[in-house]
Design a protein around this ligand. Sequence first.
Ligand SMILES: [Cu+2]
Length: 481
Amino acid sequence: MSAVNRRSFLRLGGLALAQAGAARLGPGMQSNPGGGGPPEGKADFTLRIAPVTVELDRSHILSTVGYNGTAPGPVLRMREGRRVTVDVINDTDTPELVHWHGMLLPPEVDGTEEEGAPLIAPHGRRRFELTPGPAGSRWYHTHAMAMDDLHRGAYTGQFGFVYVDGGGDPGHYDQELFLAIRDWEPFFTGTMDDEDDDTHDGPLLEKPPTLNTDPDGLEVGSMTYSINDRALGSGDPIRVREGERVLIHLLNASAIENRRVALAGHKLKVMALDGNPVPTPQELDSVFLGAGERVDVLVEMNNPGVWILGGTEKATRESGLGVVVEYAGQHQSPRWIDPPKVRWDYTVFGSGSSNAQVPQQTLDMVFEKIPGGAGKFNLWLVNGKPYPHQNEFVLERGVRYRLVMHNRTDDAHPMHLHRHLWELSEINGKKTAGVLKDTVVVPYFGRAAVDFTADQPGLALFHCHIQQHMDYGFKALFRYS
Ligand SMILES: [Cu+2]
């Protein structure tokens, strides 16, 4: 999107919401309109959904909705396999849902309406019990629909990390950081140019012979960006010492865009994708995260100075997507260096052999876009129709499936399947094995194949993690026979 767009939409942010969202504490806390039985004793964790302000910098103070008074919400640390209780208190005027992204939970706890999880009523509360797992970097976020309301769903500040400790963490690092990449002040735009998406130069295996050239509908852009709750240059820098090893958990918590980030002057050693250790860690100059994805990187602090960790796209970085990394005793102004432009390739993290388990059945999915035209919304199709899909995707328990996603649209989509773990098997014709994920970016006019075992009975939602795409048809429900 252009700088002109950013400026002309400058005022669209949170002003109206500040009034609409005035907190009404009190009655909702004692009563139990959300159902779920009266809580007994104090829960292990409490998440309070309520209006919050986010001070990106002195000139950008936003009003949104968050958890426990902040956005992002607190980093929740849980132990793998140790059952916990979570009280969710909804101090807003709209029903809410909390989804535990990347965890293997039953549908009634997973937090989506489509799978039958209960809504947390306005000013209601509900207690959930969950057994955290698998170990690694997971996250929690609202799963409410937003449709044309940019003050709802994942456009709000309802997101946070949950880190599941597996007990086997060797801890070969001196600092551990949780950094969520985020965009703010969303607005509708007819001119999305996808500078941020670097899958354009792929082999275009799925490009249709004739393209639908009808004019596109509205997409969503954003005015401002942050890492956690601060824009680049505001707030404290990350302070490091020469010789330290820093483990950084990155999360793309955007509802809107895939992003590439780098730390100027440093290599990022990718240790885990979506919280799952990769077979072949790689040292890279930058990493790419689809909306919803996580990347864990280990950084050797071996280049004293003051550097910027931030988005590789200049306009986005200069509108806030970054944080300063400052070595002890260094005081110069923060420095950025563009990393070499290399296409992101999941397969380099694989084991180099083929997947140990041969899939027994193949499911094909074709993604298409029906352009909406000026001022309207695009419609997204999975196998020729928008959600709902009644009986298209029926799984048999215990069967190993290969899901082949054919992206016949001019956009890269971060696809997510709830309650299951994927093993990547092919990206744009390149085979791989051993890379476990819950979200995968299917390239622009490209293809991705993933294998999974149907070992989680109950409904499972599959969707694009870009909120607007999900809301306008880009989802499907998997059911067990
Ligand atoms: Cu999408």
